[in-house]
Write a protein that binds this ligand. Structure first.
Ligand code: 4AD
Ligand code: MG
Length: 462
């Protein structure tokens, strides 16, 4: 008997076919002479309804062991379903219970659980409809990242997780130490933690950008896709200490080209997920946020707005809104400002460019006006900043000055500077927060619910 994934059975299964499925029991309903068991294997939102007749061999013993959460394999014949909501069901001829789940203690019950509660059972929450749908969408989107860039001839490069440079210069670094603190003698005070990675100072990377620039200056177009780390102790619904970033970097490309790529990528990602996970997306639209499908359509069809930071400040100033944070040329935009621009002013994503030099990182290219840099942020409704990028400073002298002005030491970045001495070229790139994209797509309000194992303050398990 052929073993099939439940998604395939639900989609293509025909009456009279014999199949075997495996998965975890969602519900059991015992009636006179038979029982209905819903089995889910994670391949689809929907479960397969299995009918176990009481005349099945070993029925009584098996049905007692089949409870919500149990792992089972069922073989049988597909039949057209009489019940509503499903086309096909499985009439069992054999059943094997792999692992039971005690109904007295199994924490997942048919009722809806809060996401806060589900975070306390991170080892089981993927068995719920919502988290299951999130992780399938996440998978589709991760695959779309590679397809999008590979189709365009970008080289996927792997940048280091342990690094000696602070790309963003924002002081949000986790220090890497090779020492086992528990084995340290009392002389700990004398240990120079800052130089402990084989005699050097090292951190977990906040961004693969600087290394991606190295590769772009050999391969023209590259991208990274991997975990990045920020030691920000912020308990917000859009920050993680460990998150995944997609970072393309393009030689011979200016800021406008960078913005074009960001817009194209977002449209592609939404299109792909709508095509590959339609049931999951409908589920989000029904249960999580009623604007999920309209938002997706809007992303695919609309042309993103593009304004400068200076224009954004003007829009915010004349909004008449009482924002919590001040609005003033020279200050960074807060998420309330970003959301106002995307949700109220434009009702679609907006790409804000040319921020003041004082609030952006050292590597962004200084504009002719001397007071702004060729930066861009893509702001999304409900999320705020989803992408941050820029044209990079390719002029040696200007970059050297910027590094010093940022309080950094040029010698530490000698290789980065040297790229500007040997074959320098205008180049640009951006970083897309992968979890923020998944939040945006699914309407999930907390970023901890779109990554399987969130790393954030108070996430102690795993
Ligand atoms: O704007 P950021 O800090 O930009 C960079 O790191 C650049 N070096 C990227 C580049 O040009 N290659 O971060 C980029 C994106 C943000 O727009 C946001 O979506 C996401 O990363 N991000 C976070 N996501 C989750 N948790 C956090 N703590 C995040 N910090 C940034
Ligand atoms: Mg940013």
């Amino acid at each position: 008997m052929e073993t099939r994934r439940i998604a395939a059975v639900l989609r293509d299964g025909q009456p009279d076919e014999t199949v075997m499925v495996r998965g975890w029991v969602r519900t059991k309903r015992e009636l006179k002479g038979f029982a209905f068991v819903e089995v889910n294997d994670g391949s689809a939102l929907a479960s397969l309804q299995v009918v176990l007749n009481a005349d099945l061999q070993g029925y009584d013993a098996a049905i007692a062991r089949i409870n919500t959460g149990a792992a089972i394999a069922v073989g049988g014949t597909l039949v057209a379903s009489q019940g509503k909501g499903q086309r096909i069901e499985l009439q069992a001829t054999s059943v094997n219970v792999y692992g039971e789940a005690d109904p007295e203690t199994y924490p997942l019950q048919k009722k809806r659980h809060s996401f806060e509660f589900l975070r306390t059972i991170g080892h089981l929450r993927a068995r719920t409809n919502t988290l299951g749908a999130v992780f399938r969408v996440r998978n589709a989107c991760a695959t779309a990242v590679h397809r999008f860039f590979q189709k365009r001839g970008f080289l996927w490069v792997q940048t280091p997780i342990i690094t000696t440079s602070d790309c963003e210069g924002a002081g949000e670094l986790f220090t890497v130490t090779g020492l086992d603190l528990d084995k340290l003698p009392m002389a700990a005070g004398r240990v120079d933690f800052e130089r402990d990675f084989f005699g050097r100072r090292a951190y977990l990377t906040v961004s693969g950008q600087l290394e991606a620039e190295v590769m772009a200056l050999s391969f023209e177009n590259v991208y990274t896709f991997g975990p990045t780390f920020r030691a920000e102790n912020s308990n917000t619904s859009r920050h993680l200490a460990e998150f995944w970033m997609v970072e393309p970097e393009m030689a011979f490309c200016d800021l406008a080209g960078d913005a074009d790529l960001a817009e194209e990528f977002l449209k592609y990602a939404f299109r792909t997920v709508l095509e590959t996970c339609p049931e999951d997306m409908e589920f989000f639209n029904l249960r999580i946020d009623k604007s999920v499908l309209a938002t997706a359509q809007n992303i695919i069809e609309s042309e993103f707005a593009r304004i400068t930071y200076t224009e954004a400040i003007a829009l915010l100033e004349k909004s008449g809104r009482a924002f919590e944070f001040p609005v003033e040329w020279g200050l960074d935009l807060q998420s309330e400002h970003e959301r106002y621009l995307a949700e109220v002013c434009f009702q679609r994503p907006v790409i804000v460019t040319d921020y003041p030099v004082g609030i952006k990182a050292f590597y962004m290219r200084l504009n002719g006006d001397g007071i702004t840099v060729a930066a861009m942020d893509v702001l999304a409704p409900k999320i705020g900043e989803i992408i941050g990028g820029s044209q990079r400073e390719e002029r040696y002298d200007v970059l050297d000055r910027r590094i010093r002005a940022a309080g950094m030491i040029p010698e530490d970045l000698w290789w980065y500077l040297e790229l500007r001495r040997y074959g320098t070229v205008p180049h640009s790139g951006f970083g897309l927060g992968f979890e923020r994209l998944i939040q945006f797509m699914t309407g999930m309000s907390n970023i901890r619910d779109v990554i399987p194992f969130p790393r954030a303050p108070q996430s102690a398990d795993f």
